[in-house]
Design a binder for this molecule. Structure first.
Ligand SMILES: [Zn+2]
Length: 138
């Protein structure tokens, strides 16, 4: 799949209840959000680097053991949270590219436009999301 064909054609999952215009709208939002987060991520990393206590390696691979400075834990927690969000957004963009956006990755049911309006990176329908929250780790 070439980059140009990916930009010009967009497959919408037939059961998603979405249309191409809606999916394009979500795609734009997700891309903007990803850009924002990666800027924030860089800013936070610079903040850490300027404190000269954390290497990039320590931030990614496990903050708790590697660092003892409490003030930085907050920043690291923030970075980890943002990385999770970036992963979720990237996964949603991948599902758009694959023509699977808007379907629950767990049960295949439509996630629904109202939910996607609030959480465009949502990968689960509300039922599966709630089930996952009741049984973390599933
Ligand atoms: Zn589901």
């Amino acid at each position: 799949m070439s980059a140009s064909s990916r930009e010009n054609t967009l497959t919408v999952a037939p059961d998603s209840g979405l249309n191409e215009a809606l999916v394009r709208g979500f795609q734009v939002r997700l891309q903007a959000e990803l850009k924002n987060l990666s800027h924030e991520d860089q800013a936070l990393r610079q903040q850490l680097a300027s404190d000269e206590v954390a290497t990039e390696h320590a931030v990614v691979d496990g903050a708790e053991g590697a660092l003892s400075v409490e003030a930085n834990l907050e920043v690291i927690t923030q970075i980890q949270h943002e990385r999770q969000e970036m992963d979720a957004i990237q996964a949603a963009l991948d599902r758009i590219a694959a023509g699977e956006y808007g379907l629950c990755t767990e049960c295949g049911a439509p996630i629904g436009q109202p939910r996607l309006d609030i959480v465009p990176e949502a990968s689960h329908c509300i039922d599966c999301q709630e089930a996952a929250e009741r049984h973390p780790g599933h």
